[in-house]
Design a protein around this ligand. Structure first.
Ligand code: G3D
Ligand code: MG
Length: 207
């Protein structure tokens, strides 16, 4: 972890923040996770990225209604060789952005494995999720692409399975298309889930 980022994280923790939530970007290698994170944070799109080595994170403060929320966005390397490193980083994840590349069918088919890896390493906790089909700028190009309906149908199935509303969102990290929406939708769902849990435990305590 880079020293500057660590200091920034400690400073943020000391600011008056109402809540801190950890969210995780997961999916196969090269689907565009780092690009989505960078694009959302207003960093410019770069071709020829350095490979994410194991894990990396960034933080952002969001104002949601009256709440000041600090989100810590973990970006995990998708390559199989980083599996052992990744496992330690899932714990405490409050929401996940599941990313596939619409030009690579295998990355879509691997999404269930990613969900299993998350569950296994996050105390079997189902969390709010967003399904992202990235590289939408390549639709209509020479690449064969996975139709949007496949993403939508699969997101619906995930919703039934998880008990959360799971939207399907197509993004282009390259052009910054739709990159804010998955983060904002996910954070709102996390806040709602958190509030419902608080109410439920309050009611239990008062029975
Ligand atoms: P990862 O973090 O999931 O491993 P990266 O993926 O963000 O490192 O991106 C992998 C490659 O896909 C990069 O290209 C990056 O530029 C490209 N990419 C990411 N998002 C998009 C997108 O929305 N559209 C297009 N066309 N390309 C994208 P390189 O050439 O560096 O391998
Ligand atoms: Mg990466």
């Amino acid at each position: 972890m880079n020293e500057y980022r660590l200091i920034r994280l400690i400073c943020l923790m000391k600011m008056k923040i109402d809540k801190t939530y950890k969210i995780t970007l997961i999916g196969d290698g090269a689907v565009g996770k780092t690009s989505i994170r960078r694009s959302y944070l207003g960093e410019t799109f770069k071709g020829n990225y350095n490979l994410t080595l194991g894990s990396d994170f960034a933080t952002k403060i969001m104002q949601v209604g009256d709440l000041k929320i600090n989100i810590i966005i973990w970006d995990l390397a998708g390559q199989p060789r980083f599996k052992a490193v990744r496992e330690g980083f899932y714990r405490g994840t409050k929401g996940a952005l599941l990313v596939y590349d619409i030009t690579r069918k295998d990355t879509y088919e691997n999404i269930p494995q990613w969900i299993m890896e998350l569950l296994k390493n996050n105390r079997k906790q189902k969390v709010p999720m967003i399904l992202i089909g990235n590289k939408s700028d390549l639709r209509g190009s020479l690449y064969k692409t996975i139709p949007s309906e496949h993403g939508e149908t699969y997101a619906e199935e995930l919703g039934l399975w998880s008990g959360f509303d799971v939207p399907y969102i197509e993004t282009s990290a390259k052009f910054g298309d739709n990159v804010d929406q998955p983060f904002e939708t996910l954070i709102k769902q996390i806040i709602k889930t958190d509030q419902m849990k608080t109410i439920a435990s309050y009611l239990q305590g008062n029975l």
